[in-house]
Design a protein around this ligand. Structure first.
Ligand code: ADP
Ligand code: MG
Length: 687
């Protein structure tokens, strides 16, 4: 090899060359291309058209009425012109196509007549009327023109369609030899992908729609694959860190697991194994535990916490609200009775004196499980050796808050939990750098919640229904939405509903009122009264949404349900169905939009959180689902992460396979891929 290195060669062409290397791309065109975010030849060649102009002639039999198509035929008679109105004209050309004569009428294009002769073969593009067998012409072309099917790009006012087409054509010709496949051969074979050369050719210069369709499939895969390789590379780049190891294994934990008041579901057991295996590895864990409401994430967290504590480290459990933190503290105290776990509850409501006593015991490690809210990552709180942070309802916390929590330890493993089922699309893209564990099974004996959708005019039915269940010693939630017009209106909305329920049921049952204007103490009291069955009906805004667990509540009534998104409706509904009795959800809505109706139908027909969340994504687009800090759904050029979920997920699988091999960067088959990854890395940042 060294022998050849002294030979001077012409610099190799490279897809990373600047577009300015092309003849004919001067400073002006270059600027125009930059505005389209086209910098390199690679950018240019992958600047795919957004649509195609289709002038491929069709057979008359295959055309449907009012379709815009192209016909090919021979001019059968002298074209006729008639004028009408002021300067308006109608030119009629009779075309012989097989044995039919089709009149094609062009409006206000009288000048065409001069170009036409009897017997001439032409293509006409226009709207076909199948009933009268005639066409309204838009465009007329000589039939020997080659470009029957052409790419249309989005351009700006600095460059024309034609100029861009020419530049792309030129780049393709000049760089044809260096367009290489970056997807390893075995993957191309496995998915029967097209070569990258062919993809580029067929997307810019296709003969017909079939070419485009086939090429798009590969282009989408390529795009998703590169993206997934990015994510996987980031994941595997994590530094080895012996401090992150949690050694307690399942055997050590078995006595605890066996003493639980129930058997773990299969899904819980699987997830526990995944987590423990991850903790044994000398890398910091960053795992998202996803499970529908009521799927039993808390006990999985408990097992994870115990393994950390048995390994001599501390754990925290972070919750978004005080109610929830308290609920966890009580629940976990029961579960951990008789173990070495020393629990403290630390929230904004913890009195200063208690806090003062607590902090040194957290610092010296005597307290090894701290449950709380945002207080947990404040500067004053110092930990001895924080090995694990469980973050419940993780989407309620910002990126920075989660980072602060993580930085409280030398090597803090993070288990994020969410009851908002994240659609596959998002868990593969926006959350792609995390590992994901899914609990996809509800504990046995639980009956799926029955959901009905009624109109406002049927409220009486709902009241009777409620009456029946209250009589049966069950409890009910009544949710009133926040309507954005004004805060005053909102309050009136929820208080009015509260008063109406009190009037209606007040003699026999107690009604509670919960809304965002109450302070933490008041909220806690209202919640506690409901938990203790001192109130039987809880009228509330959505503040009740997060994680609250009252197993005696069996009816969820939601007013103006069409004001909520699907994900939120699913969350709200998940507040019931936690006990052994049959639970119900009554949606009251007179939706005015198509989407509103669809939402009600989805909710009435499914209790599967993953299905619902994917529908949610389809109905309203990904924008709203993620918080602002996380609106990280990347934009793809050809792939649509929602519609092309199957391709996306296949791309993820193989990207994982590639990076599973520790030496993947040294393999010949991956060299071309690595080149493309480095280019991408420069332009993209993930954090
Ligand atoms: P979520 O995933 O919504 O946080 P929780 O952890 O609050 O759900 O669990 C909901 C309820 O199910 C709790 O009362 C819990 O005790 C119970 N539970 C959890 N796992 C099981 C199981 N394997 N079998 C029976 N009940 C379970
Ligand atoms: Mg929970």
């Amino acid at each position: 090899m060294a022998v050849f290195s002294s030979i001077r060669r012409k610099p190799m062409k490279n897809l990373n060359d600047s577009v300015s290397t092309l003849n004919g791309v001067g400073p002006k065109k270059q600027e125009a291309l930059f505005d389209l975010d086209i910098h390199t030849i690679f950018d240019l060649l992958t600047y795919f058209p957004f649509r195609y102009e289709d002038f491929v002639p069709k057979e008359i039999q295959e055309i449907v009425d009012q379709q815009t198509v192209t016909l090919k035929g021979e001019i059968a008679a002298e074209p006729t012109i008639s004028f009408y109105g002021r300067r308006k004209s109608r030119l009629t050309v009779r075309l012989l196509i097989d044995h039919d004569v089709i009149p094609v009428t062009f409006f206000n294009q009288a000048w065409l007549k001069k170009q036409l002769q009897i017997g001439q073969k032409v293509l006409v593009h226009g709207k076909f009327n199948a009933v009268s067998k005639s066409m309204t012409g838009i465009k007329l072309m000589k039939s020997n023109s080659k470009n029957n099917f052409s790419a249309i790009y989005s351009v700006n006012n600095k460059i024309t369609q034609k100029a861009l087409q020419q530049i792309i054509q030129q780049a393709f010709t000049e760089y044809y030899d260096v367009i290489d496949d970056f997807v390893p051969k075995w993957i191309i074979d496995k998915f029967r992908l097209e070569s990258f050369k062919k993809v580029i050719h067929d997307l810019h210069f296709p003969k017909n729609h079939d070419d485009v369709k086939a090429a798009l499939r590969t282009a989408k895969f390529n795009e998703f694959f590169l993206f997934q390789m990015q994510l996987q590379t980031i994941k595997t780049n994590h530094q080895k860190n012996e401090d992150a190891r949690i050694m307690a294994d399942k055997l050590t934990l078995m006595p605890f697991i066996e003493k639980l008041p129930y058997h773990l579901t299969g899904a819980q057991d699987c997830v526990v194994n995944e987590i423990l295996a991850d903790l044994h590895r000398p890398y910091v864990m960053n795992r998202l535990l996803q499970g529908d409401v009521g799927s039993g994430k808390t006990v999985v967290a408990a097992i994870t916490i115990l393994s950390t504590i048995l390994s001599g480290k501390q754990a925290v459990m972070l919750a978004p609200t005080e109610i929830l933190a308290e609920q966890h503290a009580n629940g976990l105290a029961k579960l951990f009775a008789g173990t070495d776990v020393n629990i403290a509850l630390l929230t904004g409501a913890t009195p200063a004196s208690a806090r003062k006593q607590m902090l040194p015991r957290i610092k010296n490690g005597e307290i090894n499980l701290i449950i709380g809210t945002h207080a947990l990552f404040q500067d004053k709180v110092k930990y001895n050796d924080l090995g694990l942070a469980v973050i419940d309802e993780q989407h309620r916390f910002g990126v920075n808050q989660r980072r602060k929590m993580r930085e409280k330890g030398k090597a803090t493993n993070v288990l994020s939990m969410t009851a908002t089922p994240i659609p596959r699309t998002l868990s593969i893209t926006a959350y792609g750098e995390m590992d994901v564990s899914v609990i996809d099974e509800l504990p046995g004996g639980r009956k799926p919640i029955k959901t009905t959708w009624i109109k406002n005019s049927q409220i009486k039915t709902m009241l009777n229904f409620l009456q029946k269940h209250l009589k049966n010693n069950e409890q009910a939630y009544v949710i009133v939405p926040l309507i954005e017009e004004s805060e005053v209106m909102d309050m009136r909305n929820v208080t009015e509903t509260f008063e109406k329920f009190q009037q209606y049921f007040g003699n026999k049952y107690k009604v509670g009122l919960l809304h965002g204007k109450l302070n933490e103490n008041e909220k806690n009291t209202v919640m506690q009264d409901f938990k203790d069955n001192k109130t039987q009906i809880l009228v509330s805004t959505t503040v009740v949404e997060v994680g609250v667990d009252v197993s005696n509540a069996s009816v969820m009534v939601i007013f103006d349900a069409d004001h909520f998104g699907l994900a939120q409706l699913h969350q709200l509904r998940g507040r019931v169905g936690r006990g052994s009795q049959q639970s119900y959800c009554v949606l009251i809505a007179d939706p005015k939009t198509e989407i509103g109706i669809k939402r009600m139908n989805v909710m009435s027909s499914s209790t599967d959180g993953f299905f619902i969340s994917q529908k949610d994504l389809e109905l309203r687009g990904p924008g709203d689902l993620l918080g602002k800090q996380q609106s990280g759904l990347p934009s793809f050029q050809v792939g649509d992460p929602i519609a092309d979920l199957n391709i996306l997920s296949a791309a993820q699988d193989v990207a994982k396979q590639v990076t599973d091999n520790e030496n993947w960067k040294d393999l010949d088959e991956n060299q071309e891929l690595l080149k493309n990854l480095t280019t991408l890395n420069e332009n993209t940042s993930f954090d």
